[in-house]
Ligand binder design. Structure first.
Ligand SMILES: CC(C)(COP(=O)(O)OP(=O)(O)OC[C@H]1O[C@@H](n2cnc3c(N)ncnc32)[C@H](O)[C@@H]1OP(=O)(O)O)[C@@H](O)C(=O)NCCC(=O)NCCS
Length: 200
């Protein structure tokens, strides 16, 4: 799996990812049921200079998970979504680790996540990351103070990010070339039968 920052040029892929979610998954991700139009407006309104999005990709370069960091005046808000067929494989955990490090690198002092109290996977994800979870009726709030990163952590971030982008473009290349070599072999062009033609 590859985890890397999403660029503004991948807005459509983010939109498609969210639009493919079921009504229940949309409710879990956004804490309310959103229509296609509202989701589209949400993604179109994302300012990638302010709002950081990490994507998890499979070996075919397909988007299988998203983690978002929305900056606030004092705290950054996190949100997560993993493609339903890819859940329970620690993708959420890896997205959480990576976005927490990114938030620390960006100077964010505290992060929080809002989710539905019934959302056990999100609760466990938050608790495993060391967040304090508070339940308030149907909604839950998890938060964590973030220390500044060490020099080692900063270099690890940049190294992993560079490797992830390199891997991603390698995957895209393999997918493209794979699609070409699995095509049926073209029939031999006419000029290959030239020896026969010469013999005549
Ligand atoms: C929350 C979510 C992102 C977790 O992604 P994931 O890749 O399945 O998570 P992981 O496999 O890393 O598991 C994280 C933790 O949840 C637990 N978990 C996963 N699925 C679970 C389930 N169905 N029931 C109970 N716990 C579950 C795991 O055991 C793990 O706990 P641990 O760290 O104590 O071992 C995913 O379930 C999802 O996309 N949900 C819909 C969107 C959402 O709820 N977003 C949260 C609000 S922003």
């Amino acid at each position: 799996m590859i985890i890397r920052k999403i660029t503004a040029f991948e807005r459509e892929a983010v939109k498609e990812f969210y639009l493919a979610l079921s009504a229940d998954d949309r409710r879990k991700r956004f804490c309310c049921l959103l229509s296609d139009e509202t989701i589209s407006r949400y993604v179109e309104g994302l300012d990638f200079m302010q709002h950081s999005v990490l994507g998890a990709f499979n070996e075919h370069g397909q988007l299988i998970g998203l983690a978002e960091l929305a900056p606030g005046a004092k705290e950054g808000e996190l949100a997560f979504s993993v493609r339903p067929d890819m859940r329970c494989r620690r993708i959420g955990t890896r997205l959480m680790e990576r976005i927490l490090l990114y938030a620390r690198m960006s100077g964010v002092g505290k992060v929080f996540v809002m989710f539905l109290s019934e959302n056990m996977p999100m609760r466990r994800l938050a608790q495993s990351a060391g967040m304090t979870v508070k339940m308030d009726g149907a909604e839950a709030y998890a938060s964590q103070e973030l220390p500044a990163p060490s020099a080692d952590e900063v270099s690890r971030w940049f190294l992993q990010e560079a490797v992830a982008h390199g891997e991603y473009f390698t995957v895209l290349g393999i997918e493209r070339w794979g699609s070409l070599v699995t095509q049926p072999r073209p029939t031999a062009p006419k000029f290959l039968s030239a020896p026969n033609a010469l013999a005549v």
